[in-house]
Design a protein around this ligand. Structure first.
Ligand code: NOJ
Ligand code: CA
Length: 553
């Protein structure tokens, strides 16, 4: 079915809920479904269109739920299937669509299939659903190939058979507790189509697909070698992956209600990336090029141009994303000297000017919300939260910390439970009558960043997001998708969409003059005398007759 131009997801603002850190309903210090249900009015009032929930399935939590042991049930830490069903219904009642996270590249080592494979022994049919291969070396003591896990260390673990003898190795591109599934196997394909139907039948509006570029592997699982070509790796973006999405698309299209797939597609070139967005594959995918881009005028303009051009080739809407649960929060990134993001070198602890980072984050929020397409807001973006960089070593939970031999502190700093209210931890994260310690410690400075402290404060990040998301919905999503650059000087990113709207961001250190306009619809900082301060974004009305300076700070 061709992309429908009016579909909701083409212009949606989608809020990412990292379930274990959003809100704790039962007072054990871990976020859960009950907590989300209580906070639905907050999300409705924020003005987003949809929610994406990180995995909530039964899991031993070796990778915070991205190691799934039962795809058709909810982990007791998060609640029950009945509560999940209630949440889906209540989200809809609040005008919010709900997208769940699907993890098809790997399951948990506690998944019944993997347990069965271990028990069934070498050469068994049960092992064919995974990648069990004999080791190299005289006694099979070396891994079958040279692939490295994304979390550090080899991507293979050797099995000890039930009789105690050393067996073959199995592939895990992430932690050893996350064995990769063999997508050549028909049962794997059938199982996931059934899982899709299970959740579609329960009313979900779509799926975020984990590691969407990685499901199939190059035949023979060849070595990558010492100097691999990043555009041609044997464990990502191999041709077979597209067949999977074509068959999934047929499954989802058989349901009404414009349900969607959003791919987590990390690939080095736009050409590879947009192939996932052809009309019979995924509906959209996260724009990691934009997330990783430095806060600098040239790169930002270039990434926007490149994004728009690449998506136009396949008729898919672009998306804009600043942060997620795997990255360094952008308030922190933008306050550093190196403002780009690199998954391989997260620059933990680099000197940071958080005031500068926050100013830029405000501008970036308005920039992303003004561009055509979809936009993702990671929980806490709307509160202007910075990365938490002082979590004690012994409290770190991300497997990256151990797997990297304590060289990469991992992703816990962007996963700290949200501050809702009050002036001390847990800042309303847990119910007042059961104020458990949050699963990761919250910094005391968050007393000024709580949703409560920022509500009704006209200059707060929360107020900016609320106003911007509302204006986006009422006015901006109706604008023409075409972006026309405005010649406002080399230090600005400025564009129009139609005759009556312009967005201008000043990347220089000095104020710049705004182009001729008839009113400031919204600005991320003070606009006076027609001057736009450094690291500030303004939305302008260009046509006469519009209200003047309505939302300028
Ligand atoms: C991407 C997810 O976003 C990340 O959190 C997870 O660790 C890996 N995929 C493995 O599932
Ligand atoms: Ca809880």
């Amino acid at each position: 079915m061709p992309h429908s131009p009016a579909a909701w997801w083409r212009t949606a603002s989608i809020y990412q809920i990292y379930v274990r850190s959003f809100a704790d309903g039962n007072g054990d210090g871990i976020g859960d479904v009950a907590g989300i249900r209580e906070r639905l009015p907050y999300l409705r009032d924020l003005g987003v269109d949809a929610l994406w929930l990180t995995p909530w399935y039964v899991s031993p939590m070796a990778d915070a739920g991205y190691d799934v042991a039962d795809y058709r049930d909810i982990d007791p830490i998060f609640g029950t299937l009945a509560e999940a069903e209630a949440l889906i219904g209540e989200a809809h009642e609040n005008g919010l669509r709900l997208i769940v996270d699907l993890v098809p590249n790997h399951c948990s080592d506690r998944h019944p299939w993997f347990q069965e494979a271990l028990a069934a022994g070498p050469g068994s049919a049960a092992r064919e659903r995974f990648w069990f291969l004999p080791g190299r070396g005289e006694h099979g003591e070396l891994p079958p190939n040279d692939w490295r896990s994304y979390f550090g260390g080899p991507a293979w673990t050797r099995v000890t058979e039930t009789d105690g003898s050393p067996g073959p190795w199995y592939l895990h591109m992430f932690a050893p507790q996350q064995p990769d599934l063999n997508w050549e196997h028909p049962q794997v394909r059938a199982e996931f189509e059934d899982i899709l139907r299970f959740w579609l039948d329960r009313g979900v509006d779509g799926f975020r697909i984990d590691v969407a570029h990685g499901l199939t592997k190059k035949p023979g699982l060849p070595d990558v070698g010492p100097d691999p070509d990043p555009t041609d790796l044997p464990y990502q973006d191999t041709d077979g992956v597209h067949d999977i999405y074509r068959s999934w698309r047929a499954v989802i299209d058989a349901y009404g209600g414009e349900r969607v797939f959003v791919g987590e597609v990390w690939l080095p070139t736009p050409d590879q990336f947009v192939r996932y967005l052809r009309p019979d594959e995924l509906h959209s995918a996260f724009n990691f090029e934009f997330l990783c881009c430095a806060w600098e005028v040239g790169p930002v303009r270039e990434v926007i141009e490149q994004t728009l051009a690449a998506h136009a080739l396949v008729g898919a809407p672009p998306t804009w994303v600043l942060s997620n649960h795997d990255t360094i929060r952008h308030v922190t990134r933008y306050g550093r000297q190196e403002t780009g993001f690199d998954m391989g070198d997260k620059r933990h602890g680099a000197p940071t000017d958080l005031d500068l980072g926050l100013r830029r984050a405000r501008a970036a929020a308005l920039l992303t919300l003004a561009l055509p397409g979809g936009v993702y807001v990671y929980q806490g973006d709307e509160l202007g939260l910075a990365e938490v960089e002082d979590i004690p070593d012994d409290l770190l939970q991300d497997p990256t910390w151990e797997r990297s031999g304590h060289t990469d502190r991992g992703r816990d700093g962007c996963r700290v439970p949200l501050p809702w209210s009050g002036d001390h931890p847990p800042f309303g994260f847990s119910p007042p009558d059961a104020p458990a310690e949050p699963w990761l410690p919250q910094p005391l400075v968050w007393k000024d960043a709580t949703a409560e402290a920022q509500s009704g404060e006209p200059g707060s990040m929360l107020s900016l997001y609320r106003t911007a998301l509302t204006l986006r919905r009422t006015d901006l999503t109706r604008l023409p998708e075409t972006v026309s650059w405005l010649g406002t000087g080399p230090e600005t990113v400025a564009f129009t969409r139609g005759d009556d709207f312009a967005c201008v961001v000043n990347f220089s250190e000095a104020p710049v003059e705004l182009p001729a306009h008839h009113g400031v619809l919204l600005a991320s900082g003070p606009v006076t005398g027609g001057l736009l301060p450094s690291d500030t974004c303004a939305w302008l009305r260009l046509a006469p007759g519009a209200a003047s300076d309505t939302n300028a700070l």
